[in-house]
Each structure stands twice: as structure tokens, then as C-alpha cells.
Design a protein around this ligand. Structure first.
Ligand code: ADP
Ligand code: NI
Length: 216
């Protein structure tokens, strides 16, 4: 096993331990799926697969929902990378990806590097389609939000703070984020896979309203 393979294996163990008990949609299997997708897109795009895989594995360790502050979360990742003697330029690249890739209510700048675009696409693909729908309801349950409430309208524009802290519903989340992701994908593979998952979400919503007895 070479040095990079060893680091990836250690990262996997670290993440499995850190996220084992998570029920907010950031459990180990989310990381597993995102990493698998990131590796596949990295190959198609001839990108740096070590950076893509390591950033994908570590991307939610720093999530602000799971840490006291965003800074504390990022520090945890930096420390891990330093302890494992990752080269400086690689550490900086990974930190740049992890600190800028989240949706943030649609308020973040586009990703700067191909590797960042790939990891962001992989994470976003896991937020849509059948898996994305499951994660949305799991997250809403974790937050104490309702499945649907026709008296609460979905928000069009919102600050990062409002996106994170105002009470909304699972169904509103489709309009506030999930249905927008298709047009925000970076890579060809990302766009193609997002298209299929998008159609499935539209079908799902149609059936949901039909059962609810609401015309949409
Ligand atoms: P963000 O992209 O804003 O950082 P996450 O990716 O951390 O959000 O969210 C984890 C999962 O929970 C994703 O599948 C995401 O779509 C979903 N999610 C995030 N915010 C909400 C919300 N307010 N209601 C329902 N699901 C949500
Ligand atoms: Ni994620």
C-alpha cells in the first residue's frame, strides 16, 4: 500500500468514528456515497483523484451543524491533515474545498478548482433524487420541522443565516434548494446524473400533492 492509500484508509476510519452516531443526514453512508461519486467523476474529468477522495471523505467533519463553530470544525480537519503530514499545497487545496463547498442558501461563490467542483457535485447529487428525498425528511425530523404545512410559504431569497435558522418544512426545502441544484452542477457527469434525479423529485412532488388533495 502506498502512502496516499494509507492516508485515505486512515481518513475513512476517522470519519467512520466521528460520524457514526449522526442522524442529521451526514452519517458514514452519506460520506461513502459522496466519495464513490467523487472518484467516478474525478476519473472522467482527469482530475487529481487523491485530492477529490480525501476532500470528499473529510467534507462533513467540519460541518457547522455538527461543531460548536464553523472555525472549530475547520480546525479539526486542519489538525487531522497536519497530523498525517499532508503536503502543504494539498492541505490548502483540501481546506479551500471544504470551507467553500456548502450550499449556504445559494450564497456561496462558485468553486475555484476542478477538484472542488467535483466534490461539490458529488455532495449535491446526494442531496437530490431518491436518496436526497430520504435525507431531507431525516434532516427535518432531526431539526423538529414538519413534513409539510401549506400555510408556510417557501422562501425565494434568503441569507445564509435565514436558510440555516428559520423554521421551514421538508417540502419547502425542495423549492429552497433541491430543485435548484440541477442548474448549479459543475461537471458533465454531475449535470447528467442530476437531470435524472430532478425528474424523479418532480414526480415525487406531483404524487405528494395528489395524495394531499391539493392542485399544483
Ligand atoms: P447544506 O447543503 O446547506 O450545508 P447539508 O448538505 O448539510 O446542508 O444538509 C444535509 C441534508 O439535509 C441534505 O440532504 C440537505 O438537502 C438536507 N437539508 C438541509 N437543510 C434542510 C432543511 N431546512 N430541511 C430539510 N432538509 C434539509
Ligand atoms: Ni455532505
Amino acid at each position: 500500500m502506498n502512502k496516499q492509500e494509507e492516508i485515505l484508509l486512515e481518513a475513512e476510519r476517522f470519519v467512520q468514528k466521528e460520524l457514526a452516531a449522526d442522524s442529521s443526514g451526514h452519517d458514514w453512508w452519506h460520506i461513502y456515497r459522496v466519495t464513490k461519486t467523487a472518484k467516478k467523476i474525478a476519473k472522467a474529468e482527469h482530475a487529481d483523484d487523491f485530492i477529490c477522495e480525501l476532500a470528499a471523505l473529510l467534507h462533513d467533519i467540519a460541518d457547522e451543524k455538527l461543531n460548536v463553530t464553523k472555525e472549530a470544525g475547520l480546525k479539526k480537519v486542519t489538525n487531522w491533515l497536519e497530523e498525517h503530514h499532508i503536503e502543504k499545497h494539498q492541505l490548502e487545496h483540501i481546506m479551500e474545498i471544504i470551507s467553500t463547498m456548502s450550499y449556504n442558501g445559494g450564497n456561496n461563490e462558485p468553486m475555484k478548482t476542478l477538484e472542488g467542483q467535483i466534490v461539490q457535485d458529488a455532495d449535491r447529487l446526494d442531496a437530490i433524487g431518491a436518496v436526497g428525498i430520504a435525507r431531507t425528511f431525516a434532516y427535518a425530523g432531526w431539526k423538529g420541522h414538519a413534513i409539510y404545512d401549506p400555510t408556510i410559504p417557501s422562501r425565494n431569497q434568503m441569507t445564509a443565516e435565514e436558510y440555516r435558522n428559520q423554521k421551514s418544512t421538508s417540502i419547502n426545502h425542495f423549492y429552497e434548494k433541491l430543485l435548484k441544484l440541477k442548474d448549479l452542477m459543475n461537471t458533465n457527469d454531475g449535470k447528467r446524473l442530476a437531470e435524472e434525479r430532478h425528474v424523479f423529485m418532480e414526480e415525487y412532488l406531483k404524487q405528494f400533492y395528489k395524495e394531499w388533495g391539493e392542485d399544483k
